[in-house]
Design a protein around this ligand. Sequence first.
Ligand code: 13P
Length: 255
Amino acid sequence: MRKKIVAANWKMNLTIEEGKTLVENLLNQLPELNESKQVVIAPSYVHLAQTTQLLDEYEHIHVAAQNVSSEAAGAFTGEVSAAMLRSAGVPYAIIGHSERRQYFNESDSMLAKKIDLALANNLRVIFCCGEPLEVRDAERQNEYVANQIAAALYHLDATQLQQIIVAYEPIWAIGTGRTASSQQAQDMHAHIRHTLAGKYGASVADNMTILYGGSCNDKNAPELFACPDVDGGLIGGASLKAETFLPIIQAMLAK
Ligand code: 13P
């Protein structure tokens, strides 16, 4: 059975003190998780050590980096390598977030390099894909997302692919308050699974965890997560407060 996951992407928010308070508040009220229903928290790099330490005794809640370098090591000022993350005890990295693609010019080939380095260092990857509004308006979203997946993932073999979690985040829904309808989310998640099945076979695709992200909150999470191909969420704004993030975890547990 595929894993259900709710992941928090804090983006560039929260001081060290605020991050500590948020994680402590979450842990104080954290419902029971298990091997197949897990939580991931992705703070910025400076929080990783503290967050790892706070989560140390919790088996099913993990820390993730929001990014990783496309280079292995060397003279790349300001970058953080996959090997560094692994050595800091970080088990996951988000790769290909639309904000990285858009504001930091991350290309498909750069993302493929990041994924290779992450996997070589035993990091699991939350790979983000999703179309801009003009593509959705032209009804070309299926082709667009399939191309993103092919460009970043198709060089992997089936064993490597199992280290990947896909997050579908339509750009027009990120931080806009305009979420995809549950039908739009289900349609795209089914399309992603079908696309992966075409390349890797139905049983591999069936086991892939596919998350929805984009204005997902405590109100709409139950309906989105009820969709058969939506295996949880990647949450931005609503992950910054325990009172909005905990109900989203509950919605995943109810699935
Ligand atoms: P919001 O939940 O703030 O729309 O952000 C979604 C996102 O980009 C998560 O990675």
